[in-house]
Design a protein around this ligand. Structure first.
Ligand SMILES: Cc1ncc(COP(=O)(O)O)c(C=O)c1O
Length: 431
């Protein structure tokens, strides 16, 4: 029997939204089109649970796509935001909290001695690219198929995430000459890397060191080291986009895990504690090219916003020590094992579960997924049906095969158990 939840009020809001917001949403994946249903409008959330406008309660494995490593409305983060708000919401002038946050980030991220804050990950990667071009005097960029670095003009080709979800290979409106300056090669492909480096002079090699926008696809053994070497050999900067992996897979991000340090690092999500904040950073000699220390211009009215800084500082403070990371890894493992068991119990074959601490993807594929081609070859219809089945049973999983699940420190064994029960039923329904 198919489970279902009432969605009358969500449907009413959506009908109204379609008249005023393109597709009824402010960011494409929220529309849930790729899983063949209409969006769910949220009323509020607590810890690891989301409550929609129809009073349905869900275990939330999306957690706003990454910022909420402590779950929703963590009391200490909310208190920090409120305290900051009482002192003023924005000044357009420096505050000591910005320096505190930069120090905290620098303490965690091995390659980041100095940083510049922005309001979104898109801005941060756009600005890191500008700096790399200024430093090298070159234009071309090397990126990987299935990697998403925000909706920057030159980075939308084969960009994974929402574009993969909507089946959009690149976007109209991007000038051909801008698109032409980006060379895209498959992830985990040393031969393609060598060929590209031999043929072009790149300003930067840009990678998600633990890609999570084609679903979660680990770097092959030695691949990050190879990127480091080829960037050095070819005179390019290595930029790691740790907007998802930063402060999540380890305190020092994927670079910390792998021991491969980029020239520039792009950060977002966790750094803002659930408010709009992101940053790019690197060694002082590179970052001092940014205005007003240097000649590379980049600015932002709300950059380093005091509320976002307060939320980010509290979010990072709550991650101090080993315990949070051990707990996050344990929750991720329990979820992965539970979901594998659910498929087995339901007699559903043909899934592969990829995990990193705090990240997970259930690929509807009989083969391990190692690149974007593998991700695109998944059974997207089966994923969609399974995901609808989860939602109908109170489990809010990413409405796209190409997005990761985001376990948080608010998820408990009970949330995992509820998820596994729903997953078993949803697998049985599509078996
Ligand atoms: C790896 C990565 N880089 C950059 C971005 C863009 O960040 P934002 O959505 O804050 O612009 C994202 C967003 O999901 C991302 O996952």
């Amino acid at each position: 029997m198919t489970a279902s939840l009432t969605d009358t009020r969500s449907a009413e809001h959506y009908a109204r939204a379609l008249a005023y917001l393109p597709g009824g949403v402010n960011s494409p994946v929220r529309a849930m089109r790729s899983i063949g249903r209409d969006p769910i409008f949220v009323d509020r959330a607590e810890g690891a649970e989301l409550i929609d406008v129809d009073h349905n309660r869900y275990v939330d494995w999306v957690c706003s796509w990454g910022p909420l490593i402590h779950g929703h409305a963590h009391p200490q983060i909310v208190a920090a935001i409120c305290e900051a708000a009482h002192r003023g919401t924005t000044f357009g002038a420096p505050t000591s909290g910005e320096v505190d946050l930069a120090e905290e980030v620098s303490r965690r991220m091995a390659g980041v001695q100095m940083l510049r804050m922005t309001s979104s990950g898109t801005e941060a990667s756009m600005s890191a690219i500008r700096l790399a071009r200024a430093v090298t005097g070159r234009t071309k960029l090397l990126k990987f198929a299935g990697a998403y670095h925000g909706h920057v003009d030159g980075l939308l080709a084969d960009a994974g995430s929402g574009l993969a979800t909507q089946g959009i290979p690149a976007s109209p409106g991007v000038p051909a000459e801008v698109a032409a300056s980006t060379i895209v090669i498959p992830w985990n492909d040393p031969a393609a890397l060598d060929e590209a480096i031999a043929r072009h002079e790149f300003a930067a090699i840009l990678a998600e060191p633990y890609p999570a926008n084609m679903g979660l696809v680990a770097p092959a053994e030695g691949f990050l080291e190879l990127l480091r070497r080829r960037a050095d050999d070819g005179g390019a900067l290595l930029i790691f986009d740790e907007v998802i992996s930063g402060f999540r897979v380890a305190p020092g991000g994927a670079q910390g895990l792998a021991g491969v340090i980029a020239d520039l690092t792009v950060m977002g999500k966790v750094i803002g504690g659930g408010l709009p904040a992101a940053a790019y950073g690197g060694p002082r000699e590179l970052m001092r090219r940014i205005a007003p220390a240097g000649d590379v211009y980049q600015a932002g009215t709300l950059s380093g916003n005091p509320l976002a800084v307060a939320a980010g500082l509290e979010s990072l403070a709550l991650l101090d020590g080993e315990a949070p990371y051990l707990k996050l890894a344990a929750t991720t493992t329990a979820l992965a094992e539970g979901l594998a068991g659910a498929a087995e119990a339901a007699g559903y074959e043909g899934i592969r579960i990829a995990t990193a601490p705090g990240l997970l993807t259930v690929f509807f594929s009989a083969e391990p997924v190692t690149d974007y081609e593998g991700a695109k070859a998944c059974d997207l219809d089966a994923y969609a049906a399974w995901c609808r089945g989860l939602l109908a049973r109170g489990v809010y999983a990413p409405a796209s095969q190409f997005e990761a699940w985001f376990p948080s420190l608010a998820h408990t064994p009970e949330h995992v158990a509820r998820t596994v029960a729903a997953a078993t039923a949803a697998f049985a329904e599509i078996a």
